[in-house]
Design a protein around this ligand. Structure first.
Ligand code: PNS
Length: 172
């Protein structure tokens, strides 16, 4: 009997301002589950990000380089429309704690309503990553704390540079 294998394309959407080791864990595990994984940055003018979409995509691209089936993109508008345009059948999201669940449930159900057949797959964050968020990483480094091991080394470098230039601006 021949086995039919449909190629599964998944989208991992997010703000990624910037990518953390928690995101990287989801990407690494997702790359083993799906044939193609598109990590996509939301272009949202309403938010005031630390890094531009371009900068976030550069850091992501550098970080996902070891995974040949992972690519980096950006999107705006409805995620469900973007998934359809990319032929993706799955949205991938990571869940760290119960507090993430409520919002993720709402988004998954809304996306399924907008695009019936579009599934959201959740990966539980590895316990070493369950407390990491981009927001906290920025807060800690902004206050002079140590973030080594929480983000990829190249991101740590970019964060240091960004906060150094912010500080220099404030001192002027
Ligand atoms: O990393 P984040 O900020 O938690 O990611 C949130 C994201 C980008 C997944 C979410 O804001 C999103 O999908 N926005 C696109 C707009 C949309 O489709 N909204 C309606 C369905 S929930």
């Amino acid at each position: 009997m021949t086995q039919k294998h449909t190629r599964v394309i998944a989208i991992y959407p997010g703000s990624f301002d910037p990518i953390t080791n928690g995101h990287l864990d989801v990407i690494e595990r997702g790359s083993r589950l799906f044939d193609r994984l598109i990590v996509s940055v939301l272009r949202n003018e309403a938010k005031a990000p630390l890094f531009s979409v371009q900068e976030r995509m550069e850091m992501l691209a550098e970080t996902v380089r070891p995974f040949p089936n992972v690519e980096v993109d950006s999107f705006h508008g409805l995620l469900a429309d973007y998934a359809l345009a990319k032929n993706a059948g799955v949205i991938l999201r990571g869940i760290r704690a119960i507090s993430d669940y409520e919002n993720e449930l709402q988004m998954a159900l809304m996306n399924r309503r907008l695009q019936p057949g579009l599934e959201t797959a959740f990966l539980l964050a590895g316990e070493a990553f369950s407390f990491i968020s981009s927001r906290l990483v920025k807060e800690v480094i902004g206050l002079g704390g140590n973030i080594t091991g929480l983000v990829p080394p190249l991101v740590e470098q970019r964060l240091r540079e960004r906060f150094k230039s912010k500080q220099e601006l404030q001192e002027k």
